[in-house]
Design a protein around this ligand. Structure first.
Ligand code: PRX
Length: 638
């Protein structure tokens, strides 16, 4: 059993210990898992290479820790509750015994398709238990899973498959998101036109939608399952063997395949789950994220299962069939811990209190928030109306690259402050640095957030591009991991994340690189160049504003705006559609040709009274023209 901190005093003691003797601290926690062989050293590291090894020399399989280990005590206990998109369909309850069996069978299915240790498998599935089963089956045989969020387009899916040279794809016939049907297999078929490495595609029959099955390549999961053995002995993995790749966006270039390895990720996900949420045996934990993002990996699948928890997976959306859906789920399944994103809270806030009225939310003990800064108004609404004023909100700050939560209150333990992620977890040493890289000490300060010491969940590389890993995270500030976030530390030493300081935009908690959207826009046949910036949005947190130069005079601007938006949705996915587009004659560039995004951001925000110094621009008159154009844009702009 992973140790659980009980008091604020204990938190402070553990924090001290974790900084003074990190090896003793993490070694002690790691003792609580099943190892085939103990590690030789707890930590070997150097941030300049970078080269980070946790529990080196150890041997284990993470799925034995998620499944085999719980069979004696929890065989008949629910592991996964699945709530379907359609509220009238039956929920599924899968016990630890059933999950263990399913994962072993699925592992044998993968082996029968010649998937071997170290091979990459792409998972493109709805929010259904099979997504977790597929991930665990990969981990069981030592294959590296790469889950792609089912909202991504065929092209984005193909790019990710090719970047990781996946040899097998797991998908489903179709899925429903609210009333919208998404033909996943059709999207996968389109993607597979350009993925020469994929030999086999396993299809789960989710909705019995008609699909085209390509002979030899496409196989039904249920047919494969009927042919395999139901026992499988887990592959023995080294601590530092890769567990999964998960793509995320950066400021520039194509998405990065963040690589996590086995033992450190296991220890960190289990420890943070149990401590941040203060999970108690039999609590029902509900995280509304998608397994296509890191939150789903760590806090729907691995963190809960490692702790023998009950984890609830929800297939649908917060507003279907009505905006009371989340609250119905809490009532129906007696959810004790509810973890969601600020954007969902803000969107539900708009419907007022009617959808909450009469719902029995008394099972709730802890509320969580993740993915973007939570504004104080949303925090108060969530706290008062959902948590009845007595559930702490754990505002958890972390990233795909960090594997698990780094800065957050411990529920019922850390004194809260609305809109603050509060204090670092044991083992996490945050520092604020100024533009020159100097550490900013003391309290009541603001700077760029770095972490100066490794923790077990930190990513080890970017798949196939270690040099990019180094330059992205470890070269801006010497000997520090740079998060890309700005941060304040207040008088009490509490941390408040202020948002990205690079060109990454956080739209409804989805991390989007401006470069990716610009590349997609530039593919449109009348676009010469574009620049995308963020502006604040009431519900989404941030929204995308694209400034576009066309190669001709456009008479029907609205039609072009719509075409561009649809094109971005097609190339990346619907969540990356720009909200506003403005056609401009030129972009504000410096003499060296660099776009001054600072100015565009101000214009997008409607803050044109002080645009700052524009004297370094090649042609300052460009700015007046853009400001005039922005004033004439339609409210809806589509
Ligand atoms: O800007 C921070 C924001 O989300 C970024 C990481 O995005 P991603 O890798 O997609 O992971 C999201 C889920 C962990 C961060 O760099 N972010 C995440 N959580 C918070 C946050 N910003 C403020 N407060 C948070 N609690």
């Amino acid at each position: 059993m992973v140790p659980q901190i009980k008091t604020f005093e204990e938190y402070k003691e553990q924090y001290e210990l974790s900084v003074n003797d990190p090896e003793a601290f993490w070694g002690n926690i790691a003792e609580n898992f099943e190892w085939k062989k103990k590690w030789n050293s707890v930590l070997e590291w150097n941030f300049s290479a970078p080269d980070i090894k946790w529990f080196n020399g150890g041997k284990l399989n993470i799925t034995e820790n998620c499944l085999d280990r719980h069979q004696a005590a929890r065989k008949n206990q629910t592991a996964i509750i699945w709530e379907p998109n359609d509220a009238n369909d039956a929920a599924r309850h899968i016990t630890y015994g059933e999950l263990f069996l399913y994962v072993q069978q699925f592992a044998n299915v993968l082996l029968a398709q010649d998937v071997k240790k170290g091979d990459r498998v792409c998972i493109y599935l709805p929010m259904i238990p099979e997504a977790a089963v597929a991930m665990l089956a990969c981990a069981r045989i030592g294959a590296i899973h790469s889950v792609v969020f089912a909202g991504f387009s065929a092209q984005s899916l193909a790019d990710r498959i090719n970047d990781a040279s996946c040899k097998l794809l797991i998908t489903a016939d179709s899925m429903m998101r609210g009333e919208k049907k998404i033909d996943l297999k059709k999207i996968a078929d389109d993607a597979m036109l350009t993925t020469p490495g994929i030999n086999k595609c396993i299809v789960f029959n989710h909705k019995s939608s008609p699909v085209q099955m390509k002979p030899e390549r496409d196989l039904w999961l249920h047919e494969l399952l009927s042919k395999v053995n139901s026992t499988h002995t887990a592959e023995v993995m080294e601590s530092e063997d890769p567990l999964f790749i998960l793509y995320t966006s950066g400021s520039t270039g194509k998405p990065k395949g963040v690589l996590h390895t086995t033992a450190g990720y296991m220890v960190y996900s289990a420890y943070t789950f149990k401590n941040v949420f203060q999970y108690k045996d039999q609590d029902v934990f509900c995280c509304t994220a998608d397994v296509g993002w890191v939150t789903g990996h760590t806090y729907i699948v691995y963190g809960p299962l490692l702790n023998g928890a009950v984890t609830l997976m929800f297939e649908g959306i917060p507003t279907y069939p009505d905006p009371g859906r989340f609250w119905n789920i809490i009532e129906k399944h007696k959810v004790n811990i509810f973890y969601t994103a600020p954007t969902a809270i803000r969107s539900l806030q708009l419907y007022g209190l009617q959808p909450v009225k009469g719902k029995d939310l008394s099972s709730l003990k802890v509320l969580g928030s993740v993915g973007e800064p939570i504004n104080e108004e949303a925090w108060q609404w969530y706290h008062k109306n959902i948590g009845n004023g007595n559930c702490p909100i754990v505002d958890t700050w972390w990233q795909t690259e960090t594997g698990g939560i780094l800065i957050s209150p411990l529920a019922h333990i850390t004194p809260l402050k609305p809109a603050f992620a509060t204090l670092p977890l044991p083992g996490i040493q945050p520092v604020l640095v100024d533009q020159k890289g100097n550490e900013i000490t003391g309290n009541g300060v603001e700077g760029n957030l770095c972490i100066k010491f490794p923790w077990p969940g930190i990513a080890r590389s970017l798949y196939g591009n270690h040099e990019r890993f180094r330059t992205t995270y470890f070269s801006t500030y010497q000997n520090k991991y740079f998060t890309g976030d700005g941060c304040k530390r207040d008088e009490d030493g509490y941390y408040r994340i202020t948002g990205r300081v690079d060109d990454v935009i956080n739209v409804s908690g989805h991390r989007i690189g401006t470069g990716e959207v610009e590349d997609a826009i530039d593919e449109h046949n009348c676009v010469i160049e574009s620049a995308v910036v963020a502006y604040p949005h009431e519900v989404k947190g941030q929204a995308l504003y694209a400034f576009v130069i066309c190669d001709r005079d456009i008479h029907n601007k609205e039609a072009v705006y719509l075409q561009i938006k649809n094109h971005v949705a097609k190339v990346i996915g619907p969540f990356a559609r720009p909200d506003k587009i403005q056609i401009v004659k030129a972009l504000p560039k410096t003499r060296s040709g660099k776009i001054m995004r600072r100015i565009l951001r101000k214009i997008a925000e409607g803050d044109i009274t002080n645009l700052g110094d524009i004297s370094t621009l090649l042609d300052p008159a460009v700015v007046d023209a853009i400001v005039a154009g922005a004033a004439g844009l339609n409210e809806k702009n589509s």
